[in-house]
Design a protein. Structure first.
Length: 95
């Protein structure tokens, strides 16, 4: 792979990871810190707290671990961590 292509892949991964961490972090924060919840999320918790909590926690963890799973450097240099993140990702997706 040429250097410009490699740089494009790195920039693309960085953009994807920043977006995934932002959305995942928002989901985790709104699920775990009640006073930071917007009205529509608070309404979801009042209607079905278990479903809302599962959706926000599972989605947040899946977004963050999914972004890390596609990182080539992590996969090559830390295969044990990559495997554990994979199991966490699968658990979060099925929760």
């Amino acid at each position: 792979m040429s250097k410009p292509d490699n740089m494009r892949l790195r920039v693309a991964w960085l953009i994807m990871a920043l977006l995934a961490f932002g959305v995942g972090g928002y989901a985790l924060t709104t699920s775990l810190v009640p006073m930071l919840r917007p009205t529509f999320i608070e309404n979801l918790f009042q209607q079905s707290s278990f479903s809302a909590l599962g959706h926000l926690l599972g989605g947040g963890v899946a977004l963050i671990t999914g972004a890390l799973q596609v990182n080539t450097r992590l996969r090559k240099n830390h295969p044990g961590l990559h495997r554990k993140l994979g199991w966490l990702y699968v658990f979060a997706c099925t929760w």
